[in-house]
Design a binder for this molecule. Structure first.
Ligand code: COA
Length: 380
């Protein structure tokens, strides 16, 4: 019988953009307030990126590879989890591959919206366990600010930009992802829909960056609590563990009240729940990995910790992974890579995007096309 193979998490790193958009910043152009946003969501701040999604993902990846002391040239698989790719074709994983010089790595994108990192992590784990590859880089990244409808207070206050990545390596030691439940509540797929994200045809003309958000927050809220709680219960039962065994819950962070409800159903006290919603808002696919990196930095994951990671997102996809952490919780090395310096504040960047949207959040010009052309003209 072939000995069991596991996919240990050996590297981690974030590529968060530095510019912070506060609730007060949002209330300068939306009919909203710090009080409303804090009470209804738990959010205080979120990040706005001054670089592309691939750039954020590449920085996170460099840091994760340095943490694992793995040379990019030895990387065999890149999984890029996101629903806001810089372009549809070519895929974004290939952009990270070329930036890292990871010339031997297969490169694929996974889009299950906010759960893209969880779906990607479980897929990469299975590919390592099957022997198909020996290592993988799994990225969760989102660049939502250019696609946001900044005229719609129902959604504009909720999201932020960000990225993080983990490195997986084959191991004989039991650990890594030890339990997976994935699902999709597709009956409610229209409750969270972004029409025209990227590009769309309107009356025969190609428009870039039109963003019409169909968003039924209350319906999503209920289904998110149900889907995540159900997935947590099932993944713990399948792995034969109870709530008392969970050292830390690292959940998707769409709303503090959703997290509290899921923790309550799972039977885990809030002291054992990692919260980042107050400082980053909802970064969709980047939320869980960024929270994981912060948990490691804060010493909340210790050798052998059992970590529960529930999530949900557009689709409505949902899932919960159980991770048994290995012995190492400190990086083997550090990358000196950084984002380029900021030239504008978060509010200035958002106002520049707003200036290119009509009062209904639709793009007035070819913002994305401009950015794409600029990125192609930039020196390699
Ligand atoms: C979106 C969400 C925060 C709204 O919270 P809520 O308590 O359900 O609030 P409601 O939708 O009932 O809105 C209550 C009122 O606040 C208003 N409101 C909505 N956004 C507001 C804002 N940013 N500022 C001020 N008021 C706002 C609404 O217009 C409504 O006013 P009305 O009663 O006069 O009609 C919450 O439903 C949620 O978190 N949903 C899930 C999040 C999600 O889907 N994330 C993306 C998927 S990962």
């Amino acid at each position: 019988m072939t000995p069991a193979r596991y996919a240990a998490i050996t590297g981690w790193g974030e590529g968060l953009p530095p510019a912070v958009l506060t609730n007060e910043d949002l209330s300068t152009f939306l009919d909203t307030s710090d009080e409303w946003i804090t009470q209804r969501t738990g959010m205080k701040e979120r990040r706005i990126s001054h670089v592309s999604a691939i750039d954020m993902a590449t920085l996170a990846s460099r840091r994760a590879l340095a943490c694992a002391a793995l040379d990019a040239k030895d990387l065999q698989l890149i999984v890029y989890g996101s629903c806001s790719p810089d372009e549809q074709v070519p895929n974004s994983a290939s952009g990270v591959q070329v930036a890292l010089g990871a010339t031997r790595a297969a490169a694929m994108d996974v889009n299950t919206a906010c759960t893209s990192f969880l779906y990607g992590l479980s897929s990469a784990t299975a590919m390592i366990q099957s022997g198909m590859v020996d290592n993988a880089l799994v990225i969760g990244v989102e660049y939502i600010s250019p696609f946001m409808d900044w005229s719609n207070r129902n959604v504009a206050v909720l999201f932020g930009d960000g990225a993080a990545a983990v490195v997986l390596q084959a191991s004989d030691e039991p650990g890594g992802v030890i339990g997976t439940v994935l699902g999709c509540d597709a009956e409610a797929r229209q409750t969270l829909r972004v029409r025209g994200m990227g590009c769309s045809y309107v009356n025969g003309d190609l428009h870039y960056g039109d963003t019409l958000w169909d968003f039924d927050g209350q319906a999503i809220f209920k289904r998110a609590v149900h889907g995540m709680s159900d997935a947590c219960g099932r993944v713990m039962a399948t792995a034969g563990v109870s709530a008392a065994d969970i050292d830390l819950v690292v959940p998707h962070q769409a709303n503090l009240r959703i997290i509290e409800a899921v923790a309550k159903y799972a039977g885990v006290p809030m002291e054992r729940v990692m919260l980042t919603v107050q400082r980053y808002g909802n970064m969709s696919a980047a939320t869980v990995p960024v929270s994981l990196v912060d948990a490691l930095k804060e010493g909340r994951i210790t050798p052998g910790s059992l970590v529960l990671m529930p999530g949900f997102g557009g689709g409505l996809t949902f899932g919960a992974l159980l991770v048994r952490w290995g012995n190492r919780v400190t990086p083997l090395g550090e990358s000196d890579a950084q984002h380029p310096p900021l030239e504008q504040s978060a509010l200035e960047m958002v106002n520049a995007i707003r200036a290119r949207q009509d009062p209904h959040g639709r793009s007035k010009d070819a913002l994305l096309q401009t950015r794409f052309i600029e990125s192609q003209l930039a020196p390699a």
